[in-house]
Design a protein around this ligand. Sequence first.
Ligand code: HEM
Length: 107
Amino acid sequence: CDGDNVRSEMQMMGRYNSELISAASAEEFHKASENLQKFSLEAMNKRPSTVKSDEEFKAYQQGMQHFIDVVQQADQLAQQGKFEEAKDLTKQLLEMKNQYHAEFKNK
Ligand code: HEM
């Protein structure tokens, strides 16, 4: 990682993503999801050092919006009492993280 501009936001995303995964109630899930969205949005509004062109920055922001959409979807499921389905969706978040890191982080 050659830049530290989005590193602290990413670290907070990691923290609240872990809390989301280990949430033991719909309420805990909701709190973690709110924090995860907050830091994802902060990361989305910064241009990582690995993102070189305006075009690539747009794609990065779209990727982050997609990530936030899935966090919201998972929280809606949790709040509807569909806790297991919500937990399943958190696995998709990890896959998205890996996918977007391959696309925007290591180049
Ligand atoms: C749970 C989700 C995520 C976690 C825990 C996470 C974690 C991290 C961490 C710890 C770093 C710093 C790595 C290092 O120092 O080598 C990083 C960098 C980065 N991440 Fe994420 N990330 C997540 C999701 C995403 C998503 C959804 C995107 C894009 C849509 C993304 C794009 C990037 C980019 C571009 C960098 C490189 C920043 C730079 O070097 O300037 N990440 N991430």
